[in-house]
Design a protein around this ligand. Structure first.
Ligand code: ATP
Length: 267
């Protein structure tokens, strides 16, 4: 089983202003959502996992090996990060070249890279767009290109930074299906999210970041039950849960499907 162990992780951009203050966590193959108010340190944390930043103190162990001092190039085979803004990631002139780039960088032949790129494009719903310039696509499709570019690399860890931004209902459903498929392949799936309903419907575990530490950590339902603590972190419960509590139910459901199933079974 793949694991990432975070031990006493500290990080500062500027001396005297700690962004992460001794974080301790173990991330496993349960899909993990990282939530928390703006500026809580979520993006900083995933950049540390990807090797884009170096901890000021502490360790990041991937399958037991300390990766906190490894280069981005060495880590690229194992850890994929899909940026919040696809424009920060995409630089090739065609969709196919963009998605083939990562696989070729980690040593795949051109033929193999093309094969995995076409498969990844199919998975994100962009079959047939291979020759298009990514910047001629809309933002939501460009985000899918950036997802395909990481999926094609077949890394053991796939990190998403705000994947649902600019996605409509169908786009969110597709991202949910991609995450479930990656999890089925025993990859570690981590995502930063602001959409609590999406978290409730998609993830096994949620970690609430606040003031440089994990304020809450547990299965999604137990985390979302902690209304008062969530409020301190400026987070809302998922809408279905809010509705259940407002209606006086003791049992609160994470999503409409579970609520409706309960109602039908108890009519
Ligand atoms: N390159 C940088 N130099 C200095 N400070 C930075 C830098 N990047 C981020 N910060 C600061 O670090 C803190 C944490 O930022 P970070 O982007 O990790 O938060 P976040 O939880 O991802 O927020 P958001 O939800 O808005 O993306 C913020 O106060 C931010 O202003």
């Amino acid at each position: 089983m793949n694991t990432i162990e975070i031990k006493n992780l500290h990080f500062s951009y500027n001396a005297g202003e700690e962004i992460l203050k001794g974080l301790n966590l173990t991330i496993d193959e349960r899909s993990t959502a990282i939530i928390g108010q703006n500026g809580a340190g979520k993006t900083t944390f995933v950049k540390l996992l990807k090797g884009l930043l170096r901890p000021t103190e502490g360790q990041i162990l991937f399958n037991g090996q300390d990766i906190s001092k490894q280069t981005v190039a060495t880590l690229a085979k194992d850890i994929g990060l899909i940026f919040q803004n696809p424009n920060d990631q995409i630089f090739k002139n065609t969709v196919l070249d963009e998605v083939m780039f990562g696989p070729m960088q980690i040593g795949m032949s051109k033929d193999k890279a093309k094969e995995v790129a076409l498969k990844a494009l199919d998975m994100v719903g962009l079959k047939g767009t291979e020759k298009i310039n990514p910047y001629d696509l809309g933002l939501s499709e460009r985000k899918m290109v950036s997802i395909a570019a990481i999926v094609a690399m077949d890394t053991k860890v796939v990190i998403f930074d705000e994947p649902t931004i600019a996605q409509d209902y169908m786009g969110k459903k597709r991202i949910q299906a991609i995450m479930k498929e990656l999890q089925r392949q025993h990859k570690i799936v981590i995502s930063i999210l602001h959409d609590m309903d999406f978290v409730a419907e998609t993830f096994d575990r949620a970690i609430v970041f606040a003031k440089g530490d994990a304020l809450l950590d547990g299965d999604v339902k137990s985390v979302f039950k902690e209304k008062d603590i969530l409020e301190k972190a400026y987070l809302e419960q998922p809408y279905t849960m809010q509705l259940c509590y407002e209606l006086g139910y003791k049992e609160a459901f994470l999503n409409p499907e579970d609520f409706v199933a309960y109602k039908k079974a108890n009519q």
